[in-house]
Design a protein around this ligand. Structure first.
Ligand code: 4NP
Length: 157
């Protein structure tokens, strides 16, 4: 099973989701069954480490994002991943536009797995520290819901 988290720049929300989700997978004993990656819609930050504010907020919850490097969404991602999970509606619109016909992946909003239908993970880039805490709260909640969904799929297969 392969999961790709997608945001605009791949330096705030989606690397945070990657780090949190890896930790939750380990806690659930599923780390060996699920491959995790993240990417951005835009090219601006390719090759960069996550935003220092995102790293600091994640570190306060025991998660190290320091080794992650930003990359841009590619067409191959639609073949490779089982879940392509957008942080907001703009990201989702790009994914849906770029998704090739016949693509079997689940393409949707990440927070749907937190039971927050149609709600985005707000972009914290232009805001303060509190925005990064809110991002973490939402991502932790959705990660647990996604693990339940993956667990059901693995049981059914
Ligand atoms: P992200 O946040 O999409 O969560 O990584 C942003 C990062 C950079 C920019 C916007 C949002 N930017 O405009 O450069």
């Amino acid at each position: 099973m392969r999961v790709l988290f997608v945001c605009l720049g791949n330096i705030c929300r989606s690397p945070t989701a990657e780090g949190v989700f890896r930790r939750e997978l380990e806690a659930a004993g599923l780390a060996g069954c699920v491959e995790v990656d993240s990417c951005g819609i835009g090219p601006w930050h390719v090759g960069k480490a996550p935003d220092p504010r995102a790293c600091a907020a994640a570190r306060r919850r025991g998660i190290d994002l320091g080794d992650l490097r930003a990359r841009q969404l590619s067409n191959e991602d639609f073949q490779r991943f089982d879940y392509l999970l957008a942080m907001d509606h703009d990201n989702l619109a790009v994914l849906k536009r770029q998704c090739p016909s016949g693509c079997r992946a689940h393409v949707g909003l990440f927070l749907d797995f937190a039971g927050h239908q149609d709600r985005p993970v707000p972009d914290p880039y232009y805001g303060g520290e509190q925005g990064f805490e809110e991002v973490l709260d939402l991502i932790e909640e959705a990660s647990r819901g996604l693990i339940e969904d993956i667990g059901r799929r693995l049981e059914a297969s």
